[in-house]
Design a protein around this ligand. Structure first.
Ligand code: ZN
Length: 131
């Protein structure tokens, strides 16, 4: 398993980590298999979405903040219930096929680390399985 460090700079942020994940695949030497990406945090997530127009992730962030407002009479003492909710809604893992040593993603797809209670120093686990 490989651990990748992700530094976020905003409270809510989607950071494209495709390059870092591809680098882990390349480094592993695996040419055919599955790459599993896992986020070991309760206020962050990982997803795959468009990386061509930056307005897509901008709109994504704007809307998720409307769906789950930061303040809404939550009980959790730490005051970050919205981040916990968004984290579970988006999810903690993605699996991507590896062919010819490359992640098989759609033309417009990128892998995004989703920060919901930043800025923080975060971790992403990458497990590469040959087969
Ligand atoms: Zn909390």
């Amino acid at each position: 398993m490989k651990e990748i460090e992700v530094k976020t700079s905003k409270h809510t942020q989607m950071r494209d980590i495709t390059r870092e994940i591809q680098a882990a695949v390349t480094e592993s030497g695996v040419t055919e298999g599955i790459c599993m990406v896992f986020v070991p945090h309760t206020t962050a997530a990982v997803t795959i979405n468009e990386n061509a127009d930056p307005d897509v992730v901008r709109d994504f962030t704007m809307e998720i903040n409307k769906i789950v407002p930061w303040e809404d009479g939550y009980h959790h003492m730490e005051g970050n219930s919205a981040a916990h909710l968004k984290s579970s809604m988006i999810g903690f893992s993605e699996q991507i096929i590896i062919e010819n040593g490359k992640l098989v993603l759609g033309v417009w797809q990128g892998i995004y680390f989703c920060e919901y209670d930043g800025p923080r120093r975060r971790k992403v686990y990458v497990k590469i399985m040959e087969g």
